[in-house]
Design a protein around this ligand. Structure first.
Ligand code: SF4
Length: 360
């Protein structure tokens, strides 16, 4: 055990890639201080003592969804309970515009897969947002949504991405990855893009020069080995076509889902997942502690375990809020700055593409 730890430490200190077995060893170890020391070292190499955040507005266009994934508390049927809604293009622009005076630099547009809306609806929204606020970066539509657009429009994934890019889309977020095990996807979310399809969308985006992020939903019915396999598939794609800017591990929030019987992950599990991902994903620059789902105290601790980004101040987010995330309505910029300083790091406001805007 001690020897194995020394071997891993030696590899981390010499920038040698960790194997799947070593990642599993770290996950199964309860020596959090050891894990924190290694992950913090790697974080320091990538971003010194900086911790990034951005100021964005989340725009969730509709909650009406054909997929109805078992882990989701947001998607509803068109005529069902749960307050189905859909924004028109003008409503989306108005909703977005309210946050502009708050100094946002990003619109974060993520939605459900509406049974009737065609691709032109989504394109029109991106075009109108871009025409109304050309200086604000639009990060929008997960690989799952892009794959859906391709199916409903009979366009290839590349054509869909090019049309969105032409309308004003700047980058794509990392959602919809869930866990890269097709048996589990079949059980939890059979109607959406599978592992290979999700990876293919990001591969094509990267080839087109579109930056993306990547996520992993953990703490439901997956194994630790599934988590490590997931990270390794992301690492392989990043080797092949670089373009992932950050990795965002997302703990499953069971409230109001069809998996409500599953216990929420512990803070120890959340922290370990952040640290192991920092060590395994040696070719992805940033690891995000997404405070909306982790909760603020755990996100703050995660900064000492390899995370170097707290995501945004997020003016109102509905998807995680539906699953009981306590922090869904956003926190102020000064709160996020203090939170980073209290953890011992230097807060840096960034734009979506990690250009530094201001150091506090
Ligand atoms: S996770 Fe996304 S695709 Fe699945 S039901 Fe929820 S909104 Fe729909």
């Amino acid at each position: 055990m001690k020897r194995k730890k020394l071997e891993i430490k030696e590899k981390v200190n010499n920038d040698i890639r960790l194997t799947k077995e070593e990642a599993l060893f770290l996950y199964n170890s309860n020596d959090l201080l050891f894990l924190g020391e290694l992950a913090n070292y790697k974080k320091g190499q990538k971003s010194a003592d900086k911790v990034f955040f951005n100021v964005n507005r989340h725009i969730n266009l509709t909650n009406i969804c054909i997929s109805r994934c078992k882990f989701c508390a947001f998607g509803v049927d068109e005529d069902g309970q749960g307050g189905p809604y859909i924004m028109s293009a003008d409503e989306a622009v108005e909703f977005a515009g309210v946050a502009v005076p708050m100094g946002i630099t990003e619109f974060h547009v993520v939605s459900a897969m509406h049974p009737k809306k065609n691709f032109s609806y989504y394109l029109e929204i991106i075009q109108k947002l871009h025409d109304s606020y050309p200086d604000i970066h639009i990060q929008g539509f997960t690989a799952v949504e892009i794959f859906h657009f391709s199916k409903i429009s009979n366009l290839s994934i590349k054509e869909v991405l090019l049309k969105l890019q032409e309308a004003g889309l700047g980058s794509i977020p990392g959602g919809g990855a869930e866990i890269f095990n097709n048996e589990i996807r079949q059980e939890l979310c059979p109607r959406k893009a599978n592992t290979e399809e999700w990876l293919e969308v990001h591969r094509i985006a990267h080839e087109l020069g579109i930056k993306t992020n990547c996520t992993m939903l953990y703490g439901h019915i997956e194994s630790i080995e599934d988590r490590v396999n997931h990270m390794i598939l992301l690492r392989e794609l990043q080797d092949e076509t670089p373009g992932f800017q950050s990795f965002i591990p997302l703990p499953f929030l069971p409230a109001n889902t069809r998996l409500e019987h599953i216990k929420r992950t512990s803070a120890v599990d959340d922290i370990k997942t952040i640290a192991v991902s920092r060590l395994v994903l040696d070719n992805i620059d940033h690891i995000k502690a997404f405070w909306v789902m982790l909760g603020i105290p755990t996100a703050q601790i995660a900064l000492n375990f390899g995370a170097d980004d707290l995501d945004g101040t997020i003016v109102e987010e509905r998807i995680m809020q539906a699953a009981g995330a306590s922090a869904g309505r956003g926190i102020s910029k000064s709160d996020i700055i203090n939170l980073i300083k209290d953890a011992g790091f230097t807060p840096v406001e960034r734009d979506t593409l990690y250009n530094e805007i201001k150091t506090y």
